[in-house]
Design a protein around this ligand. Structure first.
Ligand SMILES: *Cc1c(COP(=O)(O)O)cnc(C)c1O
Length: 347
């Protein structure tokens, strides 16, 4: 049976071209700073984000957590969004690794406001945890791949400057925001002290993320990476996949966005199903079946029986993600399966 896997953009396997690049990579000992391919990727990504330095790490979680560690002291509080990856999907590691607590603010489509942040800031008094960092996410995964508007970022930066707080961006899918808006990565990078990006999501590499920031920040991050056991040796074979992905898989994200849009419009056309079409601009579709009359998990199970894989995100919501291995025919096929499964009720 044909299977269409829309669970995540992390499921992609390296393409033949990428595997060739991996096989041909120049390597050295990266803990000694001697892997030429790692060095090339770090330099390239630092340049793209307008930063002085970058550090290759094993995962997006490691990138975010090392960044939090660098920016904070134990007892600090990190302001983030309530549906953010850092708050929900990183295993509670801010407490485990940095001894910090999180202050989650409920955003709108993943976006929090300077006013919300001002209200959340702690007085400089020894009763309170100390506000140590503001972390944003762009695109925002749980909100549905939503894009954090640049003006909103600028306004938060002004607040952060006023209170002398650093800002971190979880940019696991910043590539998608960049391709969709045409806003240069460097422009996004400008407002943050550190930015993490992933190669293993839409870009289709098997492993790897990058932390970018100042030279001083990255030197600190380098030490924490080692302490966490994340110092890798001939990691150039992984960086080669990242370089290949930037060359061949970045601009094509626009295709993923178009395909997600088709799914979004189709599902939104079904009675009782809602997709926020205004905010569905990248490769993630969150469909809310709240008035459809069936649990998300039941619908997901029926889709699975037909060969379409997706992830229930709550009792009523299901997430669909387009990626490198989904083409136009797969989308047509997906719509056909939606018709079979959802058909009987309303179509
Ligand atoms: C996937 C993801 C990460 C990192 O995940 P890893 O699995 O640790 O690489 C971080 N932030 C967001 C928003 C993500 O979607």
């Amino acid at each position: 049976m044909k299977t269409i896997d829309l669970r995540s953009d992390t499921i992609t396997k390296p393409t033949p071209g990428m595997r060739k690049a991996i096989a041909e990579a120049q390597v050295g000992d990266d803990v000694f700073g001697e892997d030429p391919t790692i060095n090339e990727l770090q330099k390239r990504v630092a340049g793209l984000l307008g930063k002085d330095a970058a550090l290759f790490v094993a995962s997006g979680t490691m990138a975010n957590q090392i960044s939090i560690k660098c920016h904070t002291q134990p007892g600090d509080e990190v302001i983030c969004e309530a549906d953010s990856h850092i708050f929900n999907y990183e295993g509670g590691s801010p407490a485990f690794l940095s001894g910090v607590q999180l202050c989650p603010l409920q955003g709108t489509n993943g976006v929090i406001s300077p006013e919300q942040i001002k209200t959340a800031l702690r007085p400089k008094d020894s009763h309170y945890p100390q506000s140590g960092l503001i972390a944003l996410e762009n695109t925002h995964n749980r909100a549905g791949g939503t894009i954090f508007p640049l003006d909103a970022i600028k306004a938060i930066r002004e607040t952060a400057d006023f209170y002398d707080l650093p800002m971190h961006l979880d940019g696991a899918r910043l590539w998608n925001a960049h391709v969709e808006t045409g806003i240069p990565l460097e422009e996004y990078g400008k407002y943050f002290d550190s930015v993490s990006v992933c190669f293993s999501k839409g870009l289709g590499a098997p492993v790897g993320s990058m932390i970018t920031g100042s030279i001083e920040f990255i030197n600190k991050a380098h030490r924490y990476r080692k302490m966490l056991g994340g110092g890798m040796r001939q990691a150039g074979i992984l960086a080669a996949a990242g370089l290949y992905a930037l060359d061949y898989h970045l601009e094509r994200l626009a295709d993923d966005h178009k395909r997600a849009r088709i799914i979004a419009e189709f599902l939104n056309g079904i009675k009782g199903v809602y997709v926020n079409l205004n905010e569905t601009r990248t490769n993630i579709v969150i469909a809310d079946f709240k008035d459809y009359g069936q649990d998300a998990s039941v619908i997901a199970e029926k889709l699975k029986e037909q060969g379409l894989l997706c992830i229930p995100f709550s009792a009523t919501k299901i997430r669909f993600v387009t990626h490198l291995e989904i083409d136009d025919q797969d989308i047509e096929f997906a719509l056909k399966l939606f018709k079979i499964v959802l058909d009987k009720k309303d179509l």
